[in-house]
Design a protein. Structure first.
Length: 298
């Protein structure tokens, strides 16, 4: 029997990247609200509302990523890593709502295009690309699912501001106000497709699916390559948070003497644990003083 925990993983759910992105986004949201009022642009003010939603999502991501660093406890025997997934799910929902907001704003403008104050739009668009670009570059250093979902928020903003910049330049020189809502629709659809991909990955983790970078057949072949192992069954592989992979397995070995002695003990333990409402048990036996490398609950 094997109970494997990959304790060599290097991630610690570093929240520094998300914290920086949160403050960048919040600062720019304030600039955006002031700029929207000064330019009398409904489009800019609408984007400010959207950015406020992003700031909320970044704040939640920061909180949950911090919470995920808590040590294992009797209540959460595998630790709190999955709380970062909760942040990713909430972020995805906010992103979907934000994209629907863009669609609701853009569709009526296809029917009745409005000419905004283009020079103010250009200036805010350039600032938007700079601020959000800085935040995305920061989040690129991160590895967690949460950081990837959050970076999607900011990617949406960058694409949005590029669209605003291109649209404002064209509208400044030509009377074609319909360009703005067309670009907005394209961006919203692009983001919704990416949210779907990220949510699919997050749900795969929550539902304890086998991680995409792991193949059960490869694991079984690797175990069967050991001379003393004759069979492997009841393999379970899942991920806590998209980075930390866990596995349990039953391994049949050649040396029967020790295992025969342990057989009755295993059966007794399984029967006793059923009374404590534990149906699936994988046990690993160790010698006194042996260091298995797996941390206990503190």
């Amino acid at each position: 029997m094997a109970h494997h925990h990959n304790h060599t993983h290097g991630h610690t759910h570093d929240t520094g990247n998300i914290k920086v992105a949160f403050f960048i986004n919040l600062l720019f949201t304030i600039i955006e609200v002031i700029g929207g009022v000064l330019t009398n642009s409904v489009a800019i003010l609408s984007d400010a509302v959207h950015d406020l939603g992003d700031s909320l999502s970044l704040g939640l991501a920061w909180y949950f990523q911090n919470y995920a660093k808590k040590k294992r406890s009797p209540s959460f025997s595998y630790g709190y890593g999955r709380f970062s997934l909760l942040g990713a799910i909430i972020n995805s929902i906010v992103l979907v709502v934000g994209s629907i907001f863009i669609l609701v704003e853009a569709i009526p403008r296809l029917i009745a295009p409005q000419q905004p104050e283009t020079q103010g739009m250009m200036l805010l668009a350039i600032l938007g690309v700079i601020f959000n670009g800085a935040a995305v570059l920061r989040l690129k250093k991160g590895t967690s699912v949460n950081e990837r979902v959050v970076s999607l928020h900011l990617l949406e903003d960058i694409l949005g501001w590029i669209a605003v910049l291109i649209g404002s330049i064209i509208m400044h020189f030509f009377d074609i106000p319909i360009i703005d809502p067309i670009l907005s629709l394209g961006i919203a659809l692009f983001i919704l497709i990416n949210v779907y991909k990220n949510l699919k990955e997050t749900i795969q983790i929550v539902m304890q699916g086998v991680p995409g970078n792991t193949d059960v057949k490869d694991v079984k072949q690797k175990l069967l390559s050991y001379p003393d192992i004759v069979a492997v069954h009841d393999i379970h592989i899942w991920s806590m948070d998209g980075e930390y992979t866990i596995m349990t397995a039953h391994i049949v070995v050649q040396n029967k003497d020790t295992l025969i002695a342990l057989d009755s003990l295993k059966k007794k333990i399984r029967e006793d644990l059923k009374e404590l409402h534990i149906e699936h048990v994988t046990l690993e036996f160790e010698d006194v003083g042996e260091n298995c490398g797996v941390l206990d609950i503190e």
